[in-house]
Design a protein around this ligand. Sequence first.
Ligand SMILES: Nc1nc2c(ncn2[C@@H]2O[C@H](COP(=O)(O)OP(=O)(O)OP(=O)(O)O)[C@@H](O)[C@H]2O)c(=O)[nH]1
Length: 570
Amino acid sequence: MSLQTRLLGLIAGLLFAASGASWLAYQQLSEHLVQRWGQQVAEVQVRYDSARLVQSLEREISLAQKMANAPVMIQWAHQPDDPALKAKALGQLKEFRSSVSDKSYFVALLANRHYYYNAGNDTDTPFKYLLDPDDADDSWFFTLVNEARDLSLDVNHDTELGVTKLWIDVLMKDENDQILGVMGTGVELATLLEDIGDVGQQGLTTLFVNYNGTIELYRERNYLNVAGLIGNTPNATIDGLFNDPEDKQQILGMLQMLKQKPGTEGEVESGLVTVDGRTQLASAAFLPSIGWFEVTLLDLETLLPRSYLWPLIGIFLASLLLSLLVLHIVIRSRILKPIVTLEGAVKKVREGSFELPRLDKPDNEIGRLADHFEKMTRSLEQSNRELERKVAARTDELSRLARIDPLTGLKNRRGLDEVMEEEIERAKRQGTGFGVLWLDIDHFKTINDQHGHQVGDEILCRVSLWLKVGVRPYDHPGRWGGDEFVVVLSPCDEQTLEQIAARIRLLVEQESRKTGLAVTVSVGGYLCQPDDNCDAILRRADRALYQAKEKGRNTVCISGMDGENEAIVD
Ligand SMILES: Nc1nc2c(ncn2[C@@H]2O[C@H](COP(=O)(O)OP(=O)(O)OP(=O)(O)O)[C@@H](O)[C@H]2O)c(=O)[nH]1
């Protein structure tokens, strides 16, 4: 995997990890905020509803309480079968009926279990029946008496009138707190709901739950009808709304908590629940004036739809892609491309070439590295050139030394061989000859023996010097070995060969005499022909030298002259 892929992968991974963490933090925060917000909404709602509901029922409740405490009612409740007391009480109730909005009243007396009801049908004689403790329809009465709550509000369907009403039940008690019965009036649910008003907020549902957890009112009537909780299922309890046992327990727990601090209006308990598969924030508060709980359900998906987040997620993904693209471009241009170019340059130098490609030098560590490398390569190239020059010079010198005799400074045998080869080639090319002289110092052994090797060496050096003086500038004198010297004369003819040979012999004789130690040389010469080879040439010159020695030394003998011809011809 390339460095670029790895880097981008790593960065993308880090970005995703950071995004994941941010997303979790966002969810936590938003959940917390929504809960806080929901709680505040519920608190506001409770205050608002408490005011509206109480305002709407306050007058009716007050009238009912006043009526329930009226002496005429208390007296009648003590003696329900007294016709005079009954007539007085019914007279008062007639007034009461005309003053309440529902134009109805009911009275249920504990002493004779008689239930009186007048719904304002223009008759003063109330409807009457006997309350039966075993009849479920009458259980409300006995429950209220048992609970001994001064005021209770209940929603019940009136089968007689065919309406659903909120009943205001007021306990009748004498001065000794003896419970005598229950009386009150009703409020038509439709009217009440109109009074409370619908806030019309989508995703917000309000329920009114009585002290025992039974749902009394829904804010949305449609929902109420659809749910069928009121009317069809009059005793539906709040926990019946939820499927999850934990949710049921939670909502009942919330009501229980509120029950434990009665009278603290505005106190709100809340928690997340699921209704119809949707997460809702349930908040409950107690309305002490009517003894009900108000439960608000906030549908979080409606109030804070996830679709709101799509643009956010889109922006996030777009910026992620853009960031990766920018990173890709930056990494490529500022890091990878310079590194790849540098790698190519390093490879070239490693292979011995100093021809560097143009290096990318971004303004960073890599750019500085490339710059250092370029300078280092230039310096290396210079050192290399200098080294090569020195090696070449040294090689030339060695080559030259390999062809030079160290004692005399003349060409040695190898040098002479090369010159001979060149001359043979040239002779062949041009069809011209060249001359070879072979010299040997006479009785050199005796000189060595008598005067020592040091003197012998000096003699060798002097002879070399005279040899150089005796030949032309373009001739090639050399020391063949020991006390033997060879001179290659080019160009040359017979006359020149003889002249130079004689001149050398004479020069050595005369000059050496001046030194006090006279030496002579014998010289053999040969004028080479274009088709001669090196061995043949040297053999002929050597034979000529031999002839010169034979003739008494200090003599020149040219091959093929003075009758020597027959002697040296192969
Ligand atoms: N001092 C010195 N002597 C050398 C050197 N190389 C060879 N010799 C000696 O040169 C002598 C050559 O002797 P030869 O050429 O055989 O005989 P010669 O005494 O010259 O007699 P002819 O050549 O017959 O006249 C030998 O004694 C070698 O030891 C050298 O570099 N320095």
